[in-house]
Design a protein around this ligand. Sequence first.
Ligand code: HEM
Length: 187
Amino acid sequence: MSDPVQQHQTATRHPYPDAFRPYEAPAPHPLLAPLTGFLGTWTGRGRGEYPTLAEEFTYAQEVTFSHDGRPFLHYETRAWLLDADGAPLRPSARESGWWRLQPEGRVEALITQPTGVAEILVGQADEGAAELTSHQVALAPTAKEVNATRRRYTLTGDGALDFVHDLAAVGQPLQHHLSARLHRAES
Ligand code: HEM
């Protein structure tokens, strides 16, 4: 009889790969319906600001949403700052997490950042748009103070994904931190 532990050690690939488009297998879970248009990899540019920062900044961002047939999205993003000519300046924010879709388009999201911030957000998804507000923010001992965030993701009529991020942090009330317009990455 074969040894299942040994078999597992020699199996190199996960048998349930994620799908990055709605028409790829596995079929999206019905609860993902309002957000299947988000699936895939998006890239684009944005602008950021905060009252504690001397200057505005411009950045580029890549965002990926995928699923494995269950009612949650895997979410991943990387951003990098751009210089005045649009050339990469240095790596910036990274995040990854899970968007758990509930009945009637309710969303619970768990998102972590390498800056020591872990957010649980709640919100609503409606036909190609989602708004999430932080429900709890947990901070690692050396993380900067983050009190709340609000994120809006909207598919525009012309195929872009718009992203707006508001932030209450380091003693400042909730206000604009980032806006970006993303387009589907070439596959
Ligand atoms: C596309 C994503 C993001 C970009 C490009 C970005 C960019 C920046 C930049 C350039 C700064 C100035 C300090 C520095 O140069 O590192 C900054 C500060 C900060 N960001 Fe972001 N950020 C992003 C996402 C986030 C997120 C998701 C959070 C929190 C949930 C966040 C919270 C903060 C905080 C707390 C500060 C410090 C403000 C201060 O100490 O004055 N950022 N961000």
